[in-house]
Design a binder for this molecule. Structure first.
Ligand SMILES: *[C@@H]1O[C@H](CO)[C@@H](O)[C@H](O)[C@H]1NC(C)=O
Ligand SMILES: *[C@@H]1O[C@H](CO)[C@@H](O)[C@H](O)[C@H]1NC(C)=O
Ligand SMILES: *[C@@H]1O[C@H](CO)[C@@H](O)[C@H](O)[C@H]1NC(C)=O
Ligand SMILES: *[C@@H]1O[C@H](CO)[C@@H](O)[C@H](O)[C@H]1NC(C)=O
Ligand SMILES: *[C@@H]1O[C@H](CO)[C@@H](O)[C@H](O)[C@H]1NC(C)=O
Ligand SMILES: *[C@@H]1O[C@H](CO)[C@@H](O)[C@H](O)[C@H]1NC(C)=O
Ligand SMILES: *[C@@H]1O[C@H](CO)[C@@H](O)[C@H](O)[C@H]1NC(C)=O
Ligand SMILES: *[C@@H]1O[C@H](CO)[C@@H](O)[C@H](O)[C@H]1NC(C)=O
Ligand SMILES: *[C@@H]1O[C@H](CO)[C@@H](O)[C@H](O)[C@H]1NC(C)=O
Ligand SMILES: *[C@@H]1O[C@H](CO)[C@@H](O)[C@H](O)[C@H]1NC(C)=O
Ligand SMILES: *[C@@H]1O[C@H](CO)[C@@H](O)[C@H](O)[C@H]1NC(C)=O
Ligand SMILES: *[C@@H]1O[C@H](CO)[C@@H](O)[C@H](O)[C@H]1NC(C)=O
Length: 438
């Protein structure tokens, strides 16, 4: 056993040495990550807590629990940062674990069932933010139109907490705004709308209908410096039927489509097909190029560039291959098509507009039939668009599905468990009532 262990160590040292440029860790989830001492709380996420990152492990939680990983809180890895962290080891910015969770234990699903927005299904008032569960409709309810409010969550569905147009700007629950009405955030607009400048070169925000504009439509642009180029195009592209826009300058964008993706795998000479492999050997900012074409032209132009990303698959990593961070027009068009149906068929609160969990309850997902199928497609394609490079093998996809809050598997699991819990509490109320009566 000892000999075997030393062999393994020597082997890993050799591997590390011969592949000094080995860039990415592997993601695995085939065995439990509990400490040897029997522990009630299973560990569902364990990051090697080093930088460059050497491994990421996950493990499925039991039926009553979930991992609940929230983007932005847990440590992960990016190919470019793997390389950077070998360059300057005094800068905190080069660390991939600074102020990030590197280990997480499974948490009880019911914790998530608390504090629901208005419109969500409920059995008991304590489940609702409003502390008011309509016993007939079995839904959380808020204040009605015209009632005084302090924030959006006070108001019932189809309403937002908005000020009067003149002094003293009293805030009351008012109907959500439609096309062309002035706004400060998406939450003030109808569920089918978002808040964005309709004119190029202008910062005058209006409620605009999502996914409604044709190819070549010009309109405004607002930069969010925390988004990558392609994510900024998709964020602005919410106005376009295609779901993606060309960013012309700091204040204007234009509806276009992604026609092709090229990568450093062959120095951008051929168009790549799914899953869009790229090369990690020279970690260039132009690892992947997303192309568009104007309708009256014959040449393609670059819409956005991004770094090649770790696939987290050992088989690909060993050949210094990664996967482009975004999958292109196919997945995006599927997402847009399903999302349009979703936003036209929701009875959820405006604050729940981006929550697929909520949309599976008060939105299209809760309505069954074809509407449920559209919810499922929207959920799956959103997951695909978010985690594309990390879900391209059976192993990595299985791991991601099990632990990411956004995944179809996680949502279905918590929904099933919550339904069983609600039934239990409903039965208990019934039993109590019967006992009181007799
Ligand atoms: C990584 O290093 C390169 C070159 O030193 C630099 O241009 C780039 O901004 C760095 N990236 C990150 C994410 O730190
Ligand atoms: C490394 O980063 C630190 C902190 O940002 C900086 O002070 C230092 O000059 C950097 N060293 C090199 C060699 O770039
Ligand atoms: C857009 O804004 C820039 C600077 O604010 C100005 O120079 C330019 O003329 C404007 N363009 C249009 C079409 O209004
Ligand atoms: C910018 O994008 C980040 C990441 O998606 C988001 O958390 C943030 O709210 C955005 N900021 C604005 C002003 O929209
Ligand atoms: C941005 O581009 C639009 C459309 O091409 C143009 O009208 C506008 O003047 C540009 N604005 C600036 C600030 O350059
Ligand atoms: C766009 O905005 C960024 C940051 O807000 C600024 O650095 C850049 O110079 C601007 N570009 C143009 C063309 O105005
Ligand atoms: C990649 O293509 C560019 C432009 O086509 C060329 O200048 C460069 O030499 C090529 N690099 C390699 C490694 O082939
Ligand atoms: C995109 O790539 C595919 C596959 O290589 C190719 O058949 C097609 O012509 C390309 N489309 C454009 C617009 O370049
Ligand atoms: C790492 O970054 C350095 C410069 O910051 C660059 O010279 C080197 O090629 C990069 N290595 C890899 C494997 O990307
Ligand atoms: C193509 O269309 C754009 C935008 O409508 C226009 O500015 C440009 O002049 C046109 N080019 C040709 C060659 O027709
Ligand atoms: C999501 O991506 C996976 C992996 O590429 C693919 O097999 C699946 O069909 C995609 N889902 C949808 C709904 O397109
Ligand atoms: C991946 O999973 C699918 C469905 O579970 C299976 O049909 C396929 O054979 C698996 N592929 C590999 C390479 O294991």
């Amino acid at each position: 056993m000892k000999i075997f262990q030393s062999l393994v160590i020597i082997q890993s040292v050799l591997v590390a040495f011969s592949e000094q440029q080995q860039i990415c860790p592997a993601l695995t989830c085939d065995s439990s990550i509990n400490y040897p001492i029997v522990d009630q709380n299973n560990i569902c996420f364990q990051h090697s807590a080093d930088s460059p990152v050497t491994s990421i492990r996950t493990y499925s939680c039991n039926q009553k629990q979930q991992c609940g990983l929230v983007d932005g809180e847990y440590a992960w890895t990016r190919a470019i940062r793997q390389n950077n962290s070998t360059q300057n080891r005094t800068a905190r910015d080069n660390s991939q674990v600074y102020q990030r969770i590197t280990e997480k234990t499974c948490e009880d699903i019911q914790a998530d069932d608390q504090l629901l927005q208005n419109g969500r299904k409920c059995e008991l008032p304590i489940q609702c933010i409003s502390r008011d569960c309509d016993s007939g409709k079995r839904k959380c309810v808020g204040k009605e139109e015209g009632q005084s409010c302090e924030s959006h969550q006070d108001c019932d569905i189809n309403l937002a907490c908005l000020p009067d147009s003149s002094f003293p700007f009293k805030t009351t629950c008012k109907l959500l705004k439609g096309t062309g009405e002035s706004c400060l955030s998406d939450y003030e607009c109808l569920n089918t709308h978002f808040c964005w400048p309709p004119l190029a070169n202008s910062s005058d925000y209006r409620c605009l209908e999502m996914y409604s504009q044709d190819f070549m439509k010009d309109y405004g642009f607002i930069r969010n410096t925390s988004l990558t180029q392609i994510d900024a195009s998709v964020n602005a592209g919410r106005y376009c039927k295609s779901g993606v826009a060309l960013i012309i300058n700091n204040s204007s964008s234009r509806c276009i489509e992604i026609v092709n993706i090229t990568s450093t795998i062959d120095n951008h000479t051929t168009n790549q097909s799914s899953p869009y492999l790229c090369s990690l050997t020279n970690n260039a900012s132009s690892g992947c190029r997303y192309w568009y074409r104007l309708f009256n032209q014959t040449v393609n132009r670059v819409l956005a560039e991004d770094y090649c990303e770790c696939s987290l698959q050992p088989a690909l990593n060993s050949r210094f291959q990664g996967i482009c961070p975004f999958p292109g027009q196919d997945q995006l068009s599927q997402f847009v098509k399903a999302t349009r149906i979703l936003i036209e068929n929701t009875d959820c609160h405006t604050l729940d507009r981006y929550s697929m969990i909520a949309q599976n309850d008060c939105g299209a997902g809760g309505k069954g039939g074809d509407l449920y199928d559209q919810w499922a497609i929207a959920t799956e394609t959103l997951f695909n668009l978010t985690y594309w490079p990390f879900i391209q093998s059976n192993q990595t996809n299985t791991c991601m599905q099990q632990v990411m809050t956004l995944s179809r598997q996680s949502i279905d699991k918590s929904q099933a468990y919550i339904i069983s819990l609600s039934l239990q509490s409903f039965m208990m109320v019934l039993v109590t009532l019967l006992l009181i009566q007799y």
